[in-house]
Design a protein around this ligand. Structure first.
Ligand code: GLU
Ligand code: ZN
Length: 284
C-alpha cells in the first residue's frame, strides 16, 4: 500500500494563526516522514462566514511555511450532492428525524426543571429530543440523527489513536453516546449538511487514512465513527494533537488576529521561527 494519506482541513472564516500552523505542520511532517501525502481541504460549507480572501490567504500562508499539497483542492461548498446522498442513505435506514426547533425552543426545553444539567456534547448541550417522535413534515427542518436507533444497529465501535495525548485503541460504549452526544444535527436547514456529516463523507471520499486535527475534536470522533459505520465507510486512524494556547492559557481562536501568521510574516519572522513558536523542531 502507498504511504499514509492525511489532511489539513481549515475553514476560510479568518486568517490562519499559530494553532493552524501547528496542525498543518504536524500533518505535513508526518506525511513527509512516511512517504505519504497531506491533502488540503477547504471546509467552506458555512458560506455566510467564509470569504474568498481568507482562502487565498490560506494558500499563501501554507506555501510560505513550505507546505505543498496535491491538486485539486477539495471544496466542501461543491460537495452538496455527496452530502445529500449520504443523508438519503441515513434517512433510508430510519435513523434520522426532522427537527423544527429554534435555538430558543431548545434552550427553553433544556432549562425545564426535569431536565437537570444538560451534558455538553460535540455541538454544545445535548439536544433534549423534543422532535424525536413528532413526525414533522416541514420541508425546511433540520435533520437530526436518532442516536438510540443508530447505535442499535452497531457493535464494536472503536478507532485507533496515534497521537501522543491518548495513544492506543479506543473502544466506546454505544449507550454512553445517547447521553453524551445525543441526536446531533446532520443537516442544518440553511446549508443542507453539517460539519460532522461533511467531514465523515469527505475523509472517506479522499481516501484519508490518518485524520490529523486538534484535541478539541477528540470527543466528536466517536460520532464520526458511528456515521462511518452507518454509511459503510472505513474508519481511518486519528491523531489528535495538543492545542496551541496564548500566554494566558486560552486556546487560540480565529478572532485572535493578533496571532495571525501573516502578521508574524510581516514582522520578519521565518517559517523556522513559527516552528519554534509552536514547539516543533526545525525542518530537516
Ligand atoms: N474545519 C475544521 C477547523 O477549521 C477542522 C475539522 C477537522 O479537521 O476535522 O477547525
Ligand atoms: Zn426539534
Amino acid at each position: 500500500m502507498a504511504g499514509l494519506i492525511t489532511r489539513f482541513a481549515p475553514s476560510p472564516t479568518g486568517p490562519l494563526h499559530l494553532g493552524h500552523a501547528f496542525s498543518a505542520l504536524t500533518a505535513f511532517d508526518r506525511a513527509r516522514a512516511d512517504g505519504g501525502h497531506c491533502l488540503l481541504r477547504i471546509e467552506d460549507i458555512d458560506t455566510a462566514r467564509c470569504k474568498a480572501g481568507f482562502e487565498q490567504a490560506i494558500y499563501d500562508d501554507l506555501h510560505w511555511l513550505g507546505i505543498e499539497w496535491p491538486q485539486p483542492v477539495l471544496h466542501q461548498s461543491r460537495r452538496g450532492a455527496a452530502y445529500a446522498a449520504a443523508l438519503a442513505r441515513l434517512e433510508s435506514l430510519g435513523v434520522t428525524y426532522r427537527c423544527t426547533c429554534t435555538r430558543g425552543d431548545i434552550r427553553a426545553a433544556l432549562s425545564a426543571p426535569q431536565e437537570g444539567v444538560p451534558f455538553v456534547g460535540p455541538d454544545g448541550p445535548v439536544y433534549p429530543g423534543t422532535c424525536r417522535d413528532a413526525d414533522r413534515h416541514a420541508p425546511d427542518a433540520a435533520i437530526r440523527l436518532n442516536m438510540a436507533r443508530a447505535i442499535a444497529r452497531l457493535r464494536d465501535l472503536a478507532f485507533d489513536e496515534l497521537g501522543p495525548l491518548h495513544t492506543g485503541p479506543h473502544r466506546f460504549d454505544p449507550e454512553a453516546l445517547i447521553a453524551e452526544v445525543g441526536d446531533i444535527v446532520l443537516a442544518r436547514r440553511d446549508i443542507g449538511t453539517s460539519y460532522h456529516l461533511a467531514v465523515t463523507v469527505d475523509d472517506a471520499a479522499q481516501g484519508v487514512t490518518l485524520v490529523t486535527r486538534g484535541d478539541d475534536l477528540f470527543d466528536a470522533t466517536a460520532l464520526h465513527v458511528v456515521l462511518q459505520r452507518l454509511l459503510d465507510l472505513p474508519t481511518p486512524a486519528y491523531h489528535h494533537h495538543r492545542l496551541i494556547r496564548d500566554a494566558a492559557g486560552k486556546r487560540l481562536a480565529k478572532r485572535d488576529d493578533s496571532r495571525a501568521l501573516g502578521l508574524y510574516r510581516a514582522e520578519g519572522a521565518t517559517p523556522d521561527d513559527i516552528r519554534a513558536l509552536v514547539g516543533l523542531a526545525r525542518r530537516g
